[in-house]
Write a protein that binds this ligand. Structure first.
Ligand code: SF4
Ligand code: SF4
Length: 216
């Protein structure tokens, strides 16, 4: 069991930008609504080594990989990214989930051994470093069928079983190649938005209010 301090997500209208900035500086995440169909996700600027940064992973969870750091103005020093229109429901869902939590951050207990939600219905893209590590360990087959397949666009991904489980996930919910597991697995941070979404989507575990809106 690990204890994680995660950001609480709050919605703010644009005229409350100062309050949004204060919430983010205190450790939270802000959804800053410029109109009903345009919103920014505001978070603390991730450090250079952003492997387990909750802000960066809140962006990845929306299928984006870029953000800007504000050099001046109310958001000076903070990072933001425009939320894709088809992800606005995600922003609404995060604020709905966190509406019962006071303050800008929250302490939560997470136990991966009880969970393994992120090892199901996922897409683990293998990096060149992963295939090299497999080969160096005498397991080059891990980067080939039936364990992995290459998409037409060139991505090499782990293949899943018909029931959506990763082939390497054992019955006891432990990873069968833990020492060699791919980078996306070892970097996936407990308590991040990606983790919270996997737990909701796969296991129906909610760290807050259950969804009133239909997911996706
Ligand atoms: S979804 Fe989160 S808690 Fe569950 S196994 Fe993955 S990182 Fe651990
Ligand atoms: S390789 Fe291991 S950690 Fe990665 S998804 Fe599969 S079971 Fe989970």
């Amino acid at each position: 069991m690990s204890v994680k301090h995660r950001p609480i997500v709050r919605s703010f209208k644009r005229k409350y930008m100062k309050e949004a900035a204060a919430h983010v500086r205190a450790g939270g995440h802000a959804i800053l609504w410029e109109s009903e169909t345009r919103a920014l996700l505001v978070f603390q600027d991730p450090p250079d080594d952003k492997a387990d940064d909750f802000g960066a992973w809140a962006v990845y969870d929306m299928g984006k990989f870029r953000w800007q750091t504000h050099a001046r103005g109310t958001l000076k020093g903070l990072a933001s990214t425009l939320i894709p229109r088809d992800c606005l429901w995600i922003a609404k869902r995060r604020t709905e989930r966190d509406s019962i939590h006071p303050g800008p951050t929250r302490e939560m207990n997470v136990d991966c051994t009880d969970c393994a939600a992120c090892c199901r219905d996922n897409e683990v893209i293998l990096q060149p470093a992963d295939t090299r590590r497999f080969a160096d360990a005498g397991r080059p087959e891990l980067a080939k069928p039936p364990f992995a397949k290459r998409h037409k666009d060139g991505r090499l991904v782990l293949t899943l079983l018909a029931n959506g489980r990763c082939q390497h996930l054992k019955r006891d919910n432990k990873c069968g190649i833990y020492e060699l597991r791919p980078h996306p697995c070892s970097e996936f941070p407990m308590g991040s938005e990606c983790c919270l979404f996997a737990r909701e989507d796969i296991l129906g575990i909610y760290d807050g209010v259950q969804p009133a809106i239909e997911l996706s």
